[in-house]
Design a protein around this ligand. Structure first.
Ligand SMILES: [Zn+2]
Length: 450
């Protein structure tokens, strides 16, 4: 099976023609043929010939509590229609994709990304200073690399929490209409922030998400929904990249106003807080998820359990900044602060696990961090989750958070055909999820590293 640069799977007939052709047709022409075919394939519906596909796996972790040996997943177009076991479960007319002995898991959900934060590594530039300086169309085009790396990590759906100039909305729509290869995106537009803490990209331009006071918050939140956002994102405290302070920014009243705007429209809201005060007010205000926070108090955890508020701890993104400190220009003092934040983050996570707070995997991936989207799962196990619970945070919990638990986060009838084949048993060692060999999203093979 051949994958093009865009990740499109080419049919066998085309490959045979290519093999014959490559004997005498110059390499460049073959390459051009692939490009032409890929652009045609991108615009077409998945498996346009409507052939039933059967994927056979050594074992399958369904995401609904079952583990099936010698599993067979039956796919029609974009959806899974049945799951069975053994040769008898493979329909006679199906196109078989035999992935044995690999293990299948549901396509994973990264509940916190910034897909449009792209850095081209141009000499002399730093990621944060380049951000927002490129034209929007250029940004969206280049960010395809982030989308591809995300798919390669086994993530087929993301909740993207903050962009600018509608770049995330454009990307979501391009992927949805199959003009771009990437994970399914649920996006927030720009994140609401107070005047004194402007969100970085394009800080010199008018900031539609800068808001002070209830009326401005309502206006900014409504504007994002009008522009096509699926979620509202609110920066409820200071803290981002090298800054690990967590001073509350928006008031409880402002958080409540934004939450009500989202909920009245049938949408949801994620509130960012590095510190415990912002987290407490976010939960009281009815936020659907709280991002990052450390030192969350017991009463807030109790309230989160009662309300079903999801905690997205994003531990691993600070590890990423530390590993890439030179790229970012962070000195040892910054590294020290990031390290102490990680310790508190893990401790807070450990307490959240004990309280049975719902926890979703979110990478907070930016720039070169894509491809490491599932890094939090090892931290989750380290903080007391079983590997099964950790995998749940990247499948079921993410799907519930998005309000899509009937079609995402599991392998079973009715679900999107989002399937990842990995090398090893993730229920024994969660690190197996890092060994992604093959990924299908919505019935289309998007990664094949076998
Ligand atoms: Zn973020």
């Amino acid at each position: 099976m051949l994958m093009t640069h865009t990740g499109i799977e080419l049919p066998q007939g085309f490959l045979n023609a290519m093999n014959t052709a490559s004997g005498f047709v110059p390499r460049l022409v073959v390459k051009a043929l692939i490009t032409v075919f890929a652009s045609v394939a991108i615009g077409s519906t998945p498996d346009a010939i409507s052939q039933t596909v059967a994927v056979r796996l050594g074992q399958l972790v369904t995401g609904r509590g079952a583990v099936i040996q010698d599993a067979v997943v039956i796919i029609e177009k974009e959806r899974i229609t049945a799951v069975g076991s053994g040769a008898a479960a493979v329909p006679a007319d199906a196109r078989l994709i035999d992935l044995r002995p690999l293990t299948g898991v549901p396509g994973m959900i990264d509940a916190h990304t910034h897909m449009t934060f792209y850095w081209d590594k141009a000499s002399g530039s730093k990621p944060w200073t380049q951000l927002g300086t490129l034209n929007s169309a250029v940004t969206v085009f280049l960010a395809q690399e982030n989308a591809r790396k995300t798919l390669e990590s086994g993530v087929t759906t993301v909740r993207d929490l903050g962009s600018w100039d509608g770049n995330d909305i454009a990307m979501r729509d391009l992927i949805e209409r199959r003009a771009m290869v990437g994970p399914r995106m649920f996006v927030a537009g720009c994140g609401l922030s107070i005047t004194s803490e402007p969100f970085r990209p394009g800080a010199t331009k008018p900031q539609p998400c800068r808001a002070d006071g209830v009326a401005e918050v309502e206006r900014a939140a409504r504007q994002q929904l009008a522009d096509g956002a699926d979620w509202i994102k609110m920066y409820g405290s200071t803290g981002s990249d090298q800054d690990v302070t967590g001073f509350e920014t928006f008031s409880y009243e402002e958080m409540k106003a934004a939450t009500e705007v989202a909920h009245r429209a049938g949408k949801r809201i994620a509130i960012h807080s590095y510190g415990p005060e912002g987290a407490r007010d976010a939960v009281k205000a009815g936020a659907d998820s709280v991002e990052h926070a450390i030192d969350i108090d017991d009463a807030t955890f109790t309230e989160m359990v009662k309300r079903g508020t999801v905690y997205v701890p994003t531990v691993d993104h600070n590890r990423y900044y530390i590993d890439h400190n030179e790229e970012f220009g962070y000195d040892q003092a910054v590294v020290g602060r990031l390290n102490s934040y990680i310790l508190k983050n893990v401790e807070t996570l450990r307490r959240a696990v004990k309280f049975h707070v719902r926890i979703a995997m979110g990478s907070d991936a930016v720039f070169t961090g894509f491809g490491e989207n599932t890094g939090d799962l090892s931290w989750f196990v380290q903080a007391g989750m079983t590997p099964a619970q950790a995998l749940d945070s990247a499948t079921n919990v993410g799907a519930e958070l998005l309000g899509k638990s009937k079609e995402l986060g599991f392998v079973g009838p009715g679900a999107f055909a989002d399937l990842v084949a990995i090398d090893g048993d993730p229920l024994k060692d969660i690190a197996a999820v890092l060994k992604v060999k093959w990924v299908m999203k919505g019935g289309t093979v998007v990664v094949d590293k076998r």
